[in-house]
Design a binder for this molecule. Structure first.
Ligand SMILES: Nc1nc2c(ncn2[C@@H]2O[C@H](COP(=O)(O)OP(=O)(O)OP(=O)(O)O)[C@@H](O)[C@H]2O)c(=O)[nH]1
Ligand SMILES: [Mg+2]
Length: 197
């Protein structure tokens, strides 16, 4: 991880020279790409669609231009081995494990995605979120017993992580997406204050 910062002051805006690298992963069709597209409702300089989609963009957060590299992993199970090879070359700072709140089988897959994630990264300081998408399809926003139990167990198991949170969003209705990304940026800065010294 790059520790020193190149600060360029342009009209009081700090431009960070560190690209925050964020991975989106989860079952097929849970809405990872939709979340990414909603989040970067600002020009993405580059898109590619292979085993992962990659977006390089710049988030504005509290007067800071925040370079963000988003890896949007295909949920296709046939690609897991290739994806593991890709991430043996690239490091990530944060991850969002996405599930579909209207599909109990995708909730059940959450422990699998945690294991997969820690096969492809050994970053002990990883910032991690469990994101329940498609909340627009639910009549009640309350967590189901299944969601509550699985997420609670995961939080206990991975309590050593510096950040493990859960939230509910809808990419379709744009509920909670900008708040989620702003929160990730804020936490990334908070956990990397040495970027500013
Ligand atoms: N109702 C609803 N549909 C959604 C939401 N987010 C995504 N979808 C729909 O779910 C389907 C799959 O969305 P994608 O974003 O392509 O899912 P993905 O996780 O990237 O899928 P893979 O790339 O195949 O792993 C699409 O038809 C989306 O329109 C949401 O918040 N609510
Ligand atoms: Mg996708």
């Amino acid at each position: 991880m790059r520790k020193n910062i190149n600060e360029k002051y342009v009209y009081n805006v700090i431009v960070l020279d560190h690209k925050f690298s964020l991975l989106l992963l989860g079952n097929r069709l849970v809405g990872k790409t939709s979340i990414m597209r909603t989040a970067i409702n600002i020009p993405a300089h580059f898109f590619t669609s292979l085993i992962v989609d990659i977006a390089i963009c710049e988030f504005k957060f509290c007067d800071i231009d925040f370079p963000l590299l988003i890896w949007d992993l295909s949920g296709n199970s046939l690609l897991r081995d290739i994806q593991k090879i890709v991430f043996s070359y690239f490091s990530i700072d944060g991850a969002l494990i996405v599930y579909d709140r209207s599909d109990p089988s995708s909730v059940q897959s959450l422990p699998y995605w945690f294991e997969f994630l820690f096969e492809i990264t050994n970053n002990k300081n990883l910032l991690l979120g469990i994101v329940g998408n498609k909340s627009d399809l639910l009549s009640s926003q309350a967590y189901s017993k299944q969601e509550y139990e699985i997420i609670t167990k995961l939080k206990e198991k991975y309590e050593h992580l510096p950040l493990l949170f859960n939230c509910s969003v809808s990419a379709e209705n744009k509920w909670g997406i900008s708040g989620l990304f702003n929160f990730m940026m804020q936490e990334f800065l908070f956990h990397n204050l040495d970027l500013f010294v």
